[in-house]
Design a protein. Sequence first.
Lengths: 544, 127
Amino acid sequence: MSDTKVKSRKGTTAKDLNVKPVYLESGLEVNPVYTAADIENSGIKNEMPGEYPFTRGIHPTMYRNKPFTIRQYAGFASPEETNERFQFLIKNGQSGLNVAFDLPTQCGLDSDDPRAFGEVGRVGMTVDTLKDFEIAFKNIDLDKITVSLTINGTAIILIAMYVAMAEKAGYDISKLRGTAQNDILKEFIGRGTWIFPVDKSVKLVVDTIEYCAQHVPKYSPVSVCGYHIRESGANPIQEMAYAFCIAKAYTDGALSRGIDIDDFASRLSFNFDIYGNLFEQIAKFRGGRRLWAKIIREEYHAKKDSSCWLRMIAGGGGGGLTKEQPENNIVRSAYYALISALSGTQTMALCSYDEAYTIPTEHSAEISLRTMQIMIHEMGICDTVDPLGGSYYVEAMTDLFEKKIKEEMKTVEKWDGIINAVATGKIQESVSRQAYEREMGMQTGKVDKVGVNIFTREEEAKDVEFHPYNQKAADDQVRKLKKIKSERNIENVKVRLAAIKKDAQDNKNLMPSIIAAVKEYCTVGEIVDAMKAVYGEFKEPIFF
Amino acid sequence: MKVLLAKPGLDGHDVGVKVLAHGLIDAGFTVVYSGLRKSIEEIVQIAIENKVDIIGLSILSGTHILLSQRMKEVMTERKLNIPWFVGGNIPPNDIDKLKKLGASKAFATGSKVADVVTYFNSIHVPA
């Protein structure tokens, strides 16, 4: 990187004041004091919230009008249990639902697949067929609640199910809202639930964008995740830069289908991570929001302001939480929530304090929910827009972050673009080395972590509340799948699966044929196999 | 000493296993990495082909007991005597269960790289 600090007036740097230099995780140096001189050249003085380039927030009144959406992660074993959990969360004042899925669903395996043994319903809800969606969302008003599907490798199938379910229930899909994570490029960097080769995987994401732009215009088909990239070891600058490169790859794909930038850019959303230095994160979001607006307007020539908005879900990152003294995580998460609100997030989700070692319990999830509610109702966080706007330090860092994220995006261009950088493992290699260095910094005490390397105490190895694996629920799921398979019209199933293959061969958008297939209760595994027959599978480059 | 680090099952969380890989290399070990979503049979095959001295299974989805049962079966079937260990989200109560299944050690999340290295150095590798 080139210069890593702002050009400050005399007498304000660490050197001037004879104090030890301080560096952020991103490598940027922090002055002991900032003054008006540090933001002399910044355009921020004339910028209003809700005005391009949106440094201060995407809406003029932000939370004064309506607080950020609270959306906690939920999803337990069976669709029946998930439905109960949803009812509980809605009763407790939650306005959005975030659904987690089990690994077989994420990897495109049915519950009765031998490779799914022991995993059915373990880390989220199982989906074999549309029936599971119909059970999970029973008596839930899709007009009042926004549902976010945390799914990637099989996202096109689950979005198709959501649309099919809504259609069958009589909703007007042109008004249907919701979000899918559907960011497959980040799965190749972290988390690893890829299925198809990189280019085909991106093609499927673009299929969903195209279909939604034409038929479900209020649905957000993609949430680009800097989150997992940072959890895999990227620093805050790389988190934003790689996420923007990924978002640009999907955007380029959509444009190549002849879709107008203004017909889909406003439906793109982002999912970012929060842990570490408070001011660094805020500058990351404000600088990133400004840069993204400029990219969409200057490079893609979007006319509508809403196309330029960096809409985001930003919550507490698991990477900052510790297994040691886990109650400290409640405090950390409250700070992360504060960072998120001060950064102008649209949606907030916090990790629960026990998430460092298990899936949240009802109790720990409630503490997260209350943390956000306390901030909204007791702390005055919604009263005024962008309360840190104009702070010499925050604005100087915001400017620097905008510049640094842009530089890092150029590095990806040097790797022949993000798709190539991911397929060859260039990004994975660099972030995994950083993850190692960060971990060693913590383990050797170079980086302070309360309860881990400072202020530690002897802790008894207490047994944590771990969701026991529910073999009975898994067996029930397999039985239910058998029953559906025996009741459906097998001829129709065959026709629908053949149609998917044909559309894949003809390089057509697969959404229509998948929607038709799920309505006939074709399974996730059957649909994935039909696609694999044409697309093949990703061959993972082995390195670390 | 040659170590195979492996990811059995469907869990794709590989930050920890890669951190350990870097740590072991810096400590002078040779590391072979399996990549994601390998079956126990595939992992054992990779171990044999690469003539590794020890096998590490990284499991974060909670399937450690099931996968270790399978590991015990496959190691017995193939009459192998390679020491193996488990790392990941392991509740303290499960550590003894894993040892009974034949794991020589279990490292829960939060374990220090240095402790793993010390442990590996203490293992006697049959010539």
